[in-house]
Design a protein around this ligand. Structure first.
Ligand code: ATP
Ligand code: MG
Length: 580
């Protein structure tokens, strides 16, 4: 592509709306443009990257035996009512009506539609297994759309769905997808890791997420320093070895003006671990829950939602607390004042013999409270694992936390949808059986942007070659030197038309500095610069975007061959597993 004939508009200034570097660079490099909150247009450069990522995904899906289809984006509500998710999916679901006032949704995911397709056609065990996938635009009305393509409302996803006759078959389909995912993210040049995950509203049993490691990632991952264990904090567990404390008689004590658990414990000279703090939330139906966790623990909202069968939990405001009859700063599990509120305690509280807890009375707390003796409620794992706790798998390693961007997610759904939607086939004995299903998603835009988050410098993007919008750039520094320009024209023509390699040819009559800066921002992996002086010496200058200090002067006649080899070398590097 000739730059002069392209539609590339770079921006000098950092973009205020971008909170992370990859979003800023996508906007500044002219890859995307914003249409509305969480809704973006893909400009030519952006679309090229999206197509590159999609093609890698497509090749690996096909190689794993999945078949490409394209499902309708707009789906009738009936299917969602059948699966039960019309009620369960929450506000992320974009509901729309047609002119006849009939309900539809713009698909956030396609379990219902694909299950409907398969139950119509695959009537016998002989038709199984089957795995159908698509690459398509989804819509989710995210609470906090942000970070550009990372958390959009409209975004492109690859979603695949496997259907098997039994559980063993489902496990095999799942493992095939898992292998394909490793290939995909490796080929995209990412440093990633697979982790145990929560199954969320899609529901099911085993589930793993593929995380691109990055300090700006929205997900927190717990990893063991001695075994393979790694899990999303939404799911992670740990072994804690705490002293239970000595059992003593319950006493009410004055704690004037001490409202935070930290202040209270300091005042009473108690360790925060030996206290229970209250966190009060309401769910999507307005039902209120009070969660108790140890004073120095954090509540994990996803675990808390799972424990209470909620879709979304929001913390009560001060006014709402007051209305519910709860005294901020003094909420405790003993003689809890509101019987309509459901209480869940973190399971660690069961092991403590002497806790500081609020007395539900202004200026008072209890000391020496004991679970089972002074109060008793349902318990569940609702806390965040802390650094340095012991690994639940190997039972000896220590846990630490890193951050990641979830680019892919694979689930074993089991019978959840097939049962709800009566999706059945005839087995060998002529009996009807529900399908064992799996589902497998990849965020195409998120993957592309995660690659930028991992590969950039102060000048701009450093694309892995496999997903770069162009593989090579040619930059003539003097557009008035006819011989030089002719040489570049020929080189460009040869790459594009003889070798079929995509080149961005900066044929603009701009100053050298502007051209080089734009190209650095856009981040094409291999550069050929043809300057007046080196050209006169029969040379061109070749460099990699990732290491501009290392420039090689190559003989003019050998330039193409040299660059083709360099390109192959970059692809070869991607064959190395980058799972970390
Ligand atoms: P998250 O926890 O980030 O909201 P999710 O669990 O809702 O993700 P899935 O339903 O598993 O995501 O969707 C499959 C993949 O689609 C994700 O792994 C992610 O790469 C991508 N994805 C999900 N939501 C978005 C979004 N709002 N914008 C861009 N990509 C997304
Ligand atoms: Mg989500």
């Amino acid at each position: 592509m000739r730059y002069s004939e392209s539609f590339i508009y770079t921006l000098k200034e950092d973009q205020k709306e971008a909170a992370i570097v990859s979003h800023n660079l996508l906007l500044r490099g002219g890859f995307i443009s914003k249409l509305a909150s969480g809704i973006y247009n893909y400009l030519p450069l952006g679309l090229r990257v999206i197509r590159k990522v999609s093609e890698i995904v497509r090749q690996e899906m096909n190689a794993a035996g999945a078949l490409e289809i394209l499902m309708a984006a707009v789906q009738p509500a009936e299917l969602w009512i059948e699966s039960g998710r019309w009620n369960d999916y929450g506000k992320e679901l974009l509901r729309i009506k047609d002119r006849g006032d009939r309900d539809f949704v713009f698909g956030p995911t396609h379990e219902e539609v694909v299950t409907d397709i398969v139950r119509k056609f695959a009537k016998s065990y002989k038709n199984l297994p089957v795995n159908l996938y698509q690459i398509q635009t989804k819509f989710r009305d995210e609470l906090r759309p942000r970070f550009g393509l990372m958390r959009g409302r409209e975004f492109i996803m690859k979603d695949a769905y496997s259907f098997d006759a039994d559980e063993d078959g489902m496990d095999i389909s799942y493992l095939k997808m898992r292998d394909a995912y490793f290939n995909i993210f490796r080929r995209c040049g990412l440093a990633f890791r697979s982790v145990e995950a929560d199954t969320g509203s899609i529901g099911g049993k085993d589930s793993e997420e593929f995380m691109v490691l990055s300090s700006t990632g929205e997900d927190e991952i717990v990893v063991c320093d001695s075994c393979e264990y790694s899990a999303n904090t939404e799911r992670a567990e740990s072994i804690t070895q705490d002293e239970p404390g000595t059992e003593k008689e319950l006493r009410k004590v004055e704690t004037p003006n001490k409202q935070t658990i930290k202040d209270v414990c300091e005042f009473l000279d108690k360790d925060e671990q030996f206290s229970a703090k209250a966190l009060v939330y309401k769910n999507e139906d307005g039902k209120i829950f009070c969660f108790f966790v140890e004073g120095d623990d954090e509540l994990n909202e996803i675990k808390a939602a799972r424990a209470t069968g909620s879709i979304e939990l929001t913390m009560l405001t001060d006014e709402e607390l007051e209305k519910a009859g709860l005294l901020k700063g003094y909420i405790g599990p003993i003689d809890f004042p509101n019987k309509d509120i459901e209480i869940v305690c973190d399971k660690r509280l069961k092991n403590r013999n002497a806790l500081v807890v609020g007395a539900n009375e202004e200026g008072y707390h209890f000391v020496n409270a004991k679970f089972g003796r002074d109060f008793k409620y349902r318990t569940a794992d609702i806390r965040n694992v802390k650094e340095n706790e012991i690994c639940p798998r190997c039972k000896s390693g220590r846990l630490s936390k890193i951050r990641g961007i979830e680019v892919g997610h694979i689930f074993k759904l089991g019978l959840k949808y097939s049962k709800a939607m009566k999706a059945e086939f005839l087995d060998k004995d002529g009996k009807t059986q529900p399908f064992y299903m799996g589902c497998y998603g990849i965020g195409i835009g998120r993957t592309a942007q995660a690659a930028i988050e991992q590969n950039n410098d102060e000048k701009g993007i450093i694309w892995p070659i496999s997903i770069a919008p162009f593989e090579i750039e040619i930059v003539p520094l003097d557009s008035k030197d006819i011989g030089l320009v002719n040489f570049c024209d020929r080189m460009y023509d040869y790459f594009e038309n003889t070798l079929g390699i995509e080149v961005l040819y900066d044929d603009r009559a701009e100053r050298a500095g502007i051209k080089l800066n734009d190209m650095d921002l856009i981040g094409i992996p291999i550069r050929i610069v043809v300057g007046k002086k080196s050209f006169a010496d029969n040379k061109v200058e070749v460099s990699l975007r990732r290491n501009r200090n290392d420039k090689t002067l190559v003989d003019r006649d050998a330039a193409i061959e040299y660059v083709v080899e360099l390109r192959e070398k970059l692809y070869k590097e991607l064959e190395k597993i980058r799972e970390v």
